[in-house]
Design a protein around this ligand. Structure first.
Ligand code: AP5
Ligand code: MG
Length: 220
């Protein structure tokens, strides 16, 4: 049976950081809708150009585009055993569509939703200090600085800051999270799969707490 884990949490909570580690440990693909949109944007595909209009304002990309993109990604062979989802679903319509995809294509359901909880003030600090490379390696100017400023420790590429990490866009993204994504907490509580995780701890402690809840789920 395939295993599907959804990492939920506000912008800057550490979903990407944790999804990368958890997916390596569980040997499941890491699917980040934000990364998929940004790849399309840098390749200037039609999807990327349209998504960019929303991303740069801190708004959600329309459900129809997002759901179709995830459906296509899940149809690839590497998802046969499941996946770690980062940044999807983000609306009730997406969550319902995802449940339907899992039921119809995998005879499966969402197994666990670690919800990474971090105060708004810390979110802004995390996002304003985030630096990343084109290959998706992520650093933080204060918390996890690269050895040489502006250069990726792992692949040597030049680091950059995301356009949507500007202060005014960050506030909009947090507002959008509270209005459109936070209702998923109740949605997954009702399915009995939501697990609250204290995201203010250091990166390895957050990973340990997520692995702890995943272990309990698998033993059920
Ligand atoms: P997306 O790329 O998903 O952005 P997000 O949800 O706003 O989250 P972030 O990627 O900014 O933060 P994160 O939680 O991954 O944190 P990270 O690990 O990097 O989406 C971008 C946009 O795409 C959306 O606004 C929307 O427009 C669109 N989109 C995406 N999915 C969509 C969907 N499903 N529907 C519609 N539209 C969609 O960590 C942040 C920083 O903190 C890093 O520098 C990291 O090094 C550091 N850090 C992480 N954890 C810790 C820790 N424990 N201690 C210290 N530092 C830490
Ligand atoms: Mg991310």
């Amino acid at each position: 049976m395939a295993t599907f884990i959804v990492l939920l949490g506000p912008p800057g909570a550490g979903k990407g950081t944790q999804a990368k580690k958890i997916s390596e440990i569980l040997k499941l693909p890491h699917i980040s809708t934000g990364d998929l949109f940004r790849e399309n944007l840098s390749d200037q595909t039609e999807l990327g150009k349209e998504a960019g209009l929303y991303i740069n304002q801190g708004l959600l990309v329309p459900d129809s585009l997002t759901i179709a993109m995830v459906k296509d990604r899940l149809s690839r062979e590497d998802c046969a055993q499941g996946a770690v989802l980062d940044g999807f679903p983000r609306t009730l319509a997406q969550a319902e569509a995802f449940d339907q995809m899992l039921r119809e294509s995998f005879d499966s359901k969402v197994d666990c939703v670690p919800c990474i909880d971090v105060d708004a003030g810390l979110l802004v600090e995390r996002l304003s200090g985030r630096w990343m490379c084109p290959n998706g390696h992520v650093f933080h100017a204060t918390f996890t600085p690269p050895k040489v400023p502006g250069v990726c420790d792992i692949c040597g590429s030049e680091l950059y800051q995301r356009d949507d990490d500007k202060a005014e866009t960050v506030s909009k993204r947090i507002e959008v999270y509270n209005a459109q994504t936070a209702p998923l907490i109740q949605y997954y509580e009702r399915q009995n799969v939501l697990k609250k995780i204290d995201g203010a701890q250091d990166i390895d402690s957050v990973t340990r707490d997520i692995l702890d809840v995943l272990e309990k789920i698998e033993r059920k």
